[in-house]
Design a protein around this ligand. Structure first.
Ligand SMILES: [Zn+2]
Length: 291
């Protein structure tokens, strides 16, 4: 039987080939990196929207006006600086009442920030570093890539089962093979993949923040605070568990920031002029002597 002679690696190559020939290969525009996506942007958005409405039902939403205003002010400017349309994005920025040092963005333009993280950030610039990073994960379709990776891992496991069946392996050997295969996909594929996504989100997110008129040097100071906060032991460092924070991340952000300073200064002037406009109009309108 033909199916029995297909090796697991053969199945993956076959899927990749079919997917690229079909429509699965795209490029992250900001970095030029090729990526394989076996789900459509529409499917990804649907998953994001449903996850967000579930989180909103489960987590308490903050009513702190200052916090809500800050997250919306920074988030909307960054969304405007992305420079390309997110498929079906309906931007929404929600503050959740929680001690967690956490923030997230989901496909569909849904962003959540926890009050614990807001207590840690000292300026809009630092908050912009966080929101820029999270939005960069979404624009780069990292969750779609992860889903694709899991589909591929599933195909490898299926292929291995077929192979083991054909080789008539003893059941104890099969158990060992399955365990090794599971560990292999976790350590060999998923972890480096998540590190790649973190680096890419750092690089692109920094550009988004600068393009929205926020100081790119604040990303490094933010991560220094995160590192210090995670050492206190009081609050669980959830954000860090999915966002590895080695010193070289801070060093890389410090290295990238100077080149983005001209973009930051230009964008800051532009946004400040835009924000001044309605105030000046109001002042002129309110002055009865000024006609
Ligand atoms: Zn991240």
């Amino acid at each position: 039987m033909i199916a029995m002679t297909i090796r697991p690696t053969g199945i993956v190559s076959l899927i990749a080939l079919l997917a690229c020939g079909w429509s699965g290969c795209t490029t992250v525009p900001e970095t030029g990196r090729s990526q394989l996506l076996l789900i459509s942007a529409e499917q990804e958005t649907a998953m994001g929207l449903s996850a967000f409405s579930q989180i909103k039902q489960e987590e308490p939403i903050s009513t702190n006006k200052m916090a809500i205003d800050q997250v919306n002010r920074v988030g909307r400017r960054i969304a405007a600086s992305v420079g390309r349309e997110l498929p079906h994005a309906e931007w929404e920025f929600v503050v959740f009442e929680s001690e967690q040092l956490n923030a997230f963005a989901l496909p569909g333009g849904k962003v959540g920030v926890y009050t614990g993280l807001l207590e840690l950030v000292e300026s809009d610039d630092e908050l912009a570093a966080v929101i820029g990073h999270e939005i960069a994960h979404v624009t780069s379709r990292h969750s779609g890539e992860r889903v694709t990776q899991q589909m591929m891992a599933g195909a490898v496991a299926l292929g291995a089962e077929v192979y083991m069946e054909s080789e008539d392996m003893a059941s104890s050997d099969r158990w060992v093979a399955r365990t090794l295969l599971g560990a292999g996909t976790q350590v060999g594929v998923m972890l480096p993949f998540s590190r790649l996504h973190e680096t890419e989100a750092d690089v692109i997110g920094l550009r988004f923040a600068a393009g929205a008129g926020y100081d790119p040097r604040a990303a490094a100071t933010f991560w220094q605070k995160m590192k210090a906060a995670s050492g206190e032991g009081g609050r669980p460092p959830e954000f860090l568990s999915t966002h590895p924070s080695p010193d070289n991340r801070i060093a890389r952000l410090q290295e990238l920031a100077p080149a983005l300073l001209p973009l930051y200064r230009e964008a800051k002037a532009k946004f400040e002029a835009l924000e001044m406009e309605p105030i000046m109009d109001r002042e002129i309108g309110a002055d009865p002597g000024n006609k």
